[in-house]
Design a binder for this molecule. Structure first.
Ligand SMILES: Cc1cc2nc3c(=O)[nH]c(=O)nc-3n(C[C@H](O)[C@H](O)[C@H](O)COP(=O)(O)OP(=O)(O)OC[C@H]3O[C@@H](n4cnc5c(N)ncnc54)[C@H](O)[C@@H]3O)c2cc1C
Length: 430
């Protein structure tokens, strides 16, 4: 469809071609014009959500050209950037000033506004989701007002808008509480699943950032542990990085997925080979370059945040789901950890979390898999990632979030006419 918008995974579309405002005044004008015409408005980031979170039948605002002032306060480590800046550009900017974000997810393609709005997170038992690094926000409300908020000024808006699902207004700038730039030492190694599960508490508590990938139909995992170290004395050679992160993780893996999709019976063997093909490696590097890699093999994903104590039960349930499916799972399962936070719609609100992310290669069947795992996770008080596929609605989500009603009250105040609503917010917020 010419002029239309599609997300990264290709499973969500909007007919409208995005407007690309370059100034806050242009954002205000776009919101006011939409209000005048009775049309809904949605800001879109880099389209990396699998849910229709950014889809609209009204006006789509792409903020990648929005040039609000960049402000770096080196002493306090507070950095203000345009909301549509990509994490990659943000990481480079921070690095130039000797700063970094304390934690990141698997990729850096998202915008900062899009990432925080859905509760994007990395792994690390002592670290909350990305939105926990936000110290202040500026947003354009439905009335076309430019509103600022932080912990002291409009604390209710701040508690709601850091993970706001794009439902409270258009974020135009974000102030982040950063840390001094740091080096990570990555240790990645294949291990038996039983060993990793047995030593999990130690892995999680004893490392800055621990996670593992399980290869379905096998008893093998790839354990990844990243820890802060003083010196970048063991960098990965460009050849090894290319071999592991481009050739094996993207080109060969993509080929294996295509093969598994064409001949599903081969999936268990492909997982077994993948689990064996991954070798151990230890290297050091700039934090964001260790946290983030490129993902070129397209997939769809569901991810559930769970109370940390429920992980083993959820994982056992997942294994039963995988065994019972009438088709094969072609992608590994990722398990991560975050610290509790106080952001009303954050998956980590009020509790230390474990996350289980399940994926399927594009074009392969996934819905029965995702629905069956959702039943397991929901029974264990799981909260679905707002940017990843799930089937929950407001009635089932409200009891999972103690401050759900408070979030809705802020929305009623900021957007009484639901200018920023779409079908997705209608389903998950009511
Ligand atoms: C390959 C891949 C890897 C991923 N890895 C991780 C990971 O490691 N950890 C994790 O937690 N998630 C991960 N995700 C999910 C992803 O981080 C989230 O879906 C994130 O929201 C995408 O950011 P985006 O900039 O693409 O925003 P979009 O998907 O475009 O938008 C997301 C939401 O933010 C809103 N929004 C965007 N900009 C604004 C704005 N300026 N003002 C108000 N609202 C706005 C949109 O309306 C929408 O509701 C991954 C996704 C992919 C495809």
């Amino acid at each position: 469809m010419p002029g239309s918008w599609t997300n990264w995974a290709g499973n969500q579309r909007a007919a409208a071609e995005p407007l690309r405002p370059a100034t806050v005044d242009e954002v205000v004008a776009a919101v006011r014009a939409a209000a005048g015409a009775g049309r809904p408005v949605k800001a879109v980031g880099s389209g990396h959500s699998f849910t229709p979170a950014a889809v609209t039948e009204g006006v789509l605002l792409d903020l990648s050209r929005l040039a609000t002032p960049v402000r770096v306060q080196r002493a306090s480590r507070l950095v203000t950037v345009p909301a549509g800046m990509s994490l990659r550009d943000l990481n480079d900017l921070l690095h130039r000033h000797g700063l970094a974000l304390p934690n990141l997810g698997d990729i850096d393609a998202q915008t900062i506004a899009g990432a925080i709005s859905t509760g994007t997170h990395g792994t690390g038992a002592r670290y909350g989701c990305l939105a926990t690094s936000v110290a202040g926000l500026t947003l354009v409300t439905a009335a076309g007002e430019v509103l600022t908020c932080d912990a002291a000024e409009r604390p209710d808006v701040f508690a709601a808008a850091r993970v706001g699902l794009g439902a409270l207004g258009v974020l135009t700038s974000v102030t982040l509480r950063c840390v001094d730039a740091f080096t990570l030492r990555a240790d990645e190694r294949p291990l038996p699943l039983a060993d990793v599960l047995a030593g999990l508490d130690e892995h999680v508590a004893g490392n800055d950032h621990a996670e593992f990938y399980w290869f379905p139909y096998t008893e093998r995992v790839q354990l990844k542990r990243n820890n802060r170290v003083p010196a970048d004395d063991r960098p990965l050679s460009p050849a090894r990085r290319w071999l592991d992160d481009e050739l094996l993780s993207n080109t060969v893996f993509g080929g294996a997925c295509r093969l598994g999709r064409a001949v599903p019976a081969l999936a268990p063997a492909i997982h077994a080979v993948s689990a064996r093909a991954l070798s151990a490696r230890t290297y050091t590097g700039r934090s964001d370059r260790v946290f983030c890699t490129s993902r070129r093999v397209r997939f769809v994903e569901m991810e559930y945040g769970l109370p940390r104590a429920a992980l083993r039960q959820a994982f056992a349930g997942l294994r039963r789901v995988v065994e019972a499916l009438p088709f094969k799972v072609l992608f590994p399962v990722e398990v991560r950890f975050t610290a509790a936070d106080d952001i009303w719609l954050s998956h980590g609100y009020g509790r230390d979390s474990a996350y289980i992310a399940i994926h399927q290669y594009v074009g392969a069947p996934y819905e029965p898999y995702f629905r069956a795992f959702e039943r397991v996770a929901q029974d264990l008080d799981g909260r679905p990632h707002w940017g990843k596929l799930h089937y929950r609605d407001a009635a089932s989500l409200a009891p999972a979030y103690p401050r759900f009603a408070d979030f809705l009250a802020v929305r009623d105040k900021l957007d009484p006419d639901r200018r920023f609503a779409n079908a997705y917010t209608g389903r998950v917020l009511g």
